[in-house]
Design a binder for this molecule. Structure first.
Ligand code: ADP
Length: 492
């Protein structure tokens, strides 16, 4: 221990304090030797050395620096600078690999250090206090984080995914650079949430985006496809998928997710839908004349004694009607592309509409008793044809999925600010797990009954789209094997 320090602190006290201090070493300002005067326990530990092996030796004898000589952060340069300037110098990160006697090799280590000049009796710089901290763990963790971020970025770039994150408390919004590309802007454009939203039509935003986000506030997840308009006015499609994060009070705090450009897939789908629309449209004409001929034949042969012929005509009529239903379903489905389902709002009497739908359905229904007791007028503002389509779907399903001779009851009434329409049957019912899903496109509940009943799972999907476009609600209450009641309500 240096005798030079005896005026400031008793040597034994100095030794104890110093040796217990964090990774510190005290070197003499004897350029270029920098004799080591004291080292703390931690310093010895992190450098895998012993006090006997280093005290009294030149710093660079013990810690050779040949490979670091030109490095501005190298200890020799820093020590010299501290003595010349009399200023403390910190080095936030540098690499100095440590020899491991057990393995016989060098281990990669990163350090941060501070170098403080210490004055001697003559007020000149006599020592340097060098304090080092081993930050290998932090540096490696940071490197790993950067690497994983890079990997994620590369994966996103490779799959064309852009990511976004919205803080719902202060509405701050960040998105990955890929978003500019997907939304048709030059690379590097920073886009705000408002700018991105302005590329979605107000109608699509209301019916697709907002609806999906509102559902996500309960379910925690959202998934939707929507059309966007690029600055050059071309139409593109995106698929948005994401989740909502809640705090302990179950309040939503963040919404985040990915955006994928699905324009190519969507164009294929649109081409396919156009084909279905065209094909179903072409099929409609021969089917209509087939239907007319069957009706003519039925009239002509009314009162015939030939039971086979009248039976065959009834069956042929039924089959043609089924086929017409399917074809109209496909036609409607192809019209459902956002922006294509246009509502023609008019005032009409709901009771009259229900009576009409029953009258249209009755000629083909010889099996069930249909009960409807209207009370006066029930005027609503809505698309009459489309609401008629919903009632017709409810009614034909009630007949399809309930035993012959059973009753189907229709009703309409005012409930608060809404008109509520219900169609109840005593049929096979819908299992609880299927009750929400049957309103999805092509979903059919699985059961032995259903397999024998024809259908494509389009009707309720269309009904639900129509009702939602009216800002109404659609749902089912049902018990298996007891029956179902399908409802819709429309704001008055
Ligand atoms: P489809 O009848 O052509 O299959 P829908 O979309 O009209 O298509 O109905 C979807 C599914 O909902 C049906 O496959 C059936 O499983 C169920 N469903 C609809 N209405 C009823 C009903 N009244 N009773 C029992 N199940 C029903």
């Amino acid at each position: 221990m240096s005798a030079d320090l005896k005026h400031t602190l008793p040597e034994n006290i100095f030794r104890i304090v110093f040796e217990k201090s964090p990774g510190s070493i005290l070197v003499k300002a004897d350029i270029p030797r920098f004799t080591i005067l004291a080292a703390s326990d931690t310093y010895l530990k992190v450098t895998s050395s012993t006090r006997e092996a280093i005290i009294g030796k030149g710093f660079f004898e013990v810690f050779p620096d040949e490979t670091h000589l030109n490095d501005a952060n190298a200890a020799r340069t820093i020590f010299t600078q501290v003595i010349k300037t009399g200023q403390k110098i910190d080095v936030p990160t540098y690499q100095y690999d440590v020899y491991n006697a057990d393995t016989g090799g060098y281990e990669q280590h990163f350090w941060s250090c501070s170098n403080v000049p210490v004055l001697g009796d003559d007020n000149k710089i006599a020592y340097i206090l060098n304090t080092v901290t081993d930050i290998t763990g932090e540096v490696k963790a940071k490197e790993a984080a950067i690497e994983s971020e890079n990997r994620l970025r590369l994966a996103n770039e490779a799959t064309g995914l852009a990511t976004w994150d919205l803080d719902m408390r202060d509405q701050s919004f960040v998105c990955s650079p890929g978003m500019a590309d997907i939304f048709g802007h030059p690379a590097g454009t920073v886009l705000s949430l408002e700018e991105l939203r302005s590329q979605i039509s107000a109608d699509d935003f209301e019916h697709i985006v907002r609806r999906s986000h509102q559902k996500a506030l309960f379910s925690g997840r959202h998934l939707y496809e929507v059309r966007i308009i690029w600055p050059d006015n071309s139409a593109h499609w995106i698929k948005a998928q994401g989740m909502v994060l809640f705090d302990e009070q179950k309040q939503p705090i963040r919404m985040l997710g990915t955006i994928l450009d699905i324009t190519e897939n969507k164009r294929d789908e649109i081409r396919k839908n156009d084909f279905i629309a065209m094909a179903s449209h072409e099929l409609k004409t021969p089917l209509t004349s087939l239907k007319a001929y069957i009706q003519l034949l039925t009239k002509k042969l009314a009162g015939t004694d030939d039971a086979f012929i009248s039976n065959a005509l009834i069956k042929a009529g039924n089959q043609v009607n089924k086929m017409a239903d399917l074809i109209y379903g496909f036609l409607d489905l192809s019209r459902l592309e956002p922006g294509k389902l246009q509502l023609k709002i008019q005032q009409f009497d709901m009771n009259k509409l229900i009576a009409n739908v029953i009258a249209e359905t009755n000629p083909v229904n010889y099996t069930h008793s249909i009960i409807f007791k209207p009370h006066g007028e029930l005027n609503v503002n809505a698309d009459r044809d489309k609401i008629g389509q919903v009632i017709s779907n409810f009614l034909s399903n009630a007949i399809k999925y309930s035993p012959k001779e059973s009753t189907v009851t229709l009703s309409a009434k005012i409930a608060g600010d809404n008109v509520l329409v219900a169609v109840a049957d005593k049929g096979i019912g819908v299992k609880l797990k299927d009750q929400e899903k049957i309103f999805q496109r092509f979903y059919r509940a699985e059961s032995d009954h259903i397999k024998t009943i024809s259908g494509f799972g389009i009707g309720l999907y269309l009904a639900s789209e129509i009702i939602q476009r009216h800002k109404g609600k659609i749902w089912v209450e049902s018990e298996e094997d007891k029956g179902s009641t399908f409802y819709f309500s429309l704001p008055l």
